[in-house]
Ligand binder design. Structure first.
Ligand code: A3P
Length: 291
C-alpha cells in the first residue's frame, strides 16, 4: 500500500507521528532552553546509539534511570506532536532528538546557548540501513528494490530529504562552540575516546568507571538486548520484526555487500559532485578502500 508522506516546505516526513502543524511549531515556535542538548542526525546514522550515549552520560553511566524512563520522555522527538507535548513538559536539562534539516530546525536555537550533537555516517551504509528499515517500518514506503531505493536516495527523494543537503547544511556550523560533530565511524573506532570528547563538550565530568559503564551499556550487543533500544516493544503494525531487525548489523562498510561495482562508481561520482569543497572531511573517505 502506498504511504502518503507529510510534506513540509518541500521535504517529506513519515506520516503518523509528524504533521505539518508539529513541524511548523517545531521550526517557528518551539521554545529552546539554554541547557537543551539536541541529538541531530540524518536517519540511520546512529540516532538511537547517540540517544543512549547522551542519556547515559547524563545519568553518570547508571543504566537504571534509562530503563525506568519512557523513551518519549527521555529524549522527546520534538518534531512530532507527541514529542512536542513531552518536550514542553519535560524538566530541564532536556535531551531532544530529531532528523530535521538545518533550515527546519527551531529558529530559537540560533540565538540560544543550547547545544547540538550532530552524528554523521557513511552515506553508503546509511542507504543500506535505510533500505532495510523502510521494509520493516509501516510509516515508510516499502522499497521496490535496492536499486530503486538507491536512485531515490541519490536524488534526495526519500523521507527527510537529501543526505547531501542535510550534511552540507549542518556542516556549515562546524567550529561553533555549541555544535559538536561526530561520526558513526569514530564511535565504532573509539567509543571510549568519543564518550570522553562528548563529556568535555557537554561540560560533564565523569569518573573513569562511569565512562566504562557508558561504553559497556552502549555496545551493539548490550543495546540489542535492551528493549528500550531494540524497538521490539513496538507493535507489529508499526515495526514488523519479522521483516527485519532494527539494530540490524551495526558495522561499517556493509554497503560493500549490497552495491554492485556499477552502483559504487555511480555513487562515487554523485558524491564527489554533491560534496565538492568538502571532500576529505569525513572518515569513510580516508581508508585505502574508501571507494
Ligand atoms: P544498521 O542497519 O547498519 O545495522 P538510527 O538509530 O539512526 O536509525 O540508526 C540505526 C543504525 O545504527 C543501524 O545500522 C543500527 O544497527 C546502528 N546502531 C545502533 N546502535 C548501535 C551500536 N550500539 N553500535 C553500532 N551500531 C549501532
Amino acid at each position: 500500500m502506498a504511504v502518503r508522506y507529510v510534506c513540509y516546505k518541500g521535504i517529506n516526513f513519515p506520516p503518523g507521528y509528524n504533521s505539518e502543524q508539529s513541524l511548523r511549531f517545531a521550526e517557528t515556535q518551539f521554545r529552546v532552553r539554554d541547557d537543551d542538548v539536541f541529538n541531530v542526525t540524518y536517519p540511520k546514522s546512529g540516532t538511537v546509539w547517540m540517544t543512549e550515549i547522551l542519556s547515559l552520560i547524563r545519568s553518570r553511566g547508571d543504566p537504571a534511570w534509562n530503563r525506568a524512563v519512557l523513551n518519549s520522555e527521555r529524549s522527546p522527538w520534538f518534531s512530532t506532536q507527541l514529542g512536542l507535548d513531552a518536550a514542553q513538559t519535560c524538566p530541564s536539562p532536556r535531551l531532544l532528538t530529531c532528523h530535521l534539516p538545518l533550515q527546519l530546525f527551531p529558529k530559537a536555537f540560533f540565538s540560544s546557548r543550547a547545544k547540538v550533537v550532530y552524528t554523521v555516517r557513511d552515506p553508503r551504509d546509511v542507504v543500506v540501513s535505510y533500505y532495510h528499515f523502510s521494509k520493516m517500518c509501516s510509516s515508510y514506503q516499502d522499497p521496490e528494490s535496492f536499486a530503486q531505493f538507491l536512485e531515490d536516495f541519490l536524488r534526495g527523494d526519500v523521507p527527510h530529504g537529501s543526505w547531501f543537503e542535510h550534511v552540507r547544511a549542518w556542516r556549515q556550523l562546524k567550529g561553533k562552540d555549541n555544535v559538536f560533530f561526530i561520526s558513526y565511524e569514530e564511535l565504532q573506532q573509539d567509543l571510549q575516546g568519543s564518550v570522553r570528547r562528548l563529556c568535555q563538550f557537554l561540560g560533564q565530568e565523569l569518573e573513569d568507571a562511569d565512562i566504562s559503564s557508558v561504553v559497556e551499556n552502549t555496545s551493539f550487543q548490550a543495546m540489542r538486548e535492551n528493549d528500550k533500544c531494540n524497538s521490539t516493544l513496538l507493535p507489529r503494525n508499526i515495526m514488523d520484526q519479522e521483516r527485519g531487525t532494527f539494530l540490524r548489523k551495526g558495522v561499517c562498510g556493509d554497503w560493500k555487500n549490497h552495491f554492485t561495482v556499477a552502483q559504487s562508481e555511480h555513487f562515487a561520482m554523485i558524491y564527489r559532485e554533491r560534496m565538492r569543497g568538502l571532500n576529505g572531511a569525513f572518515p569513510w573517505e580516508w581508508g585505502p578502500d574508501s571507494g
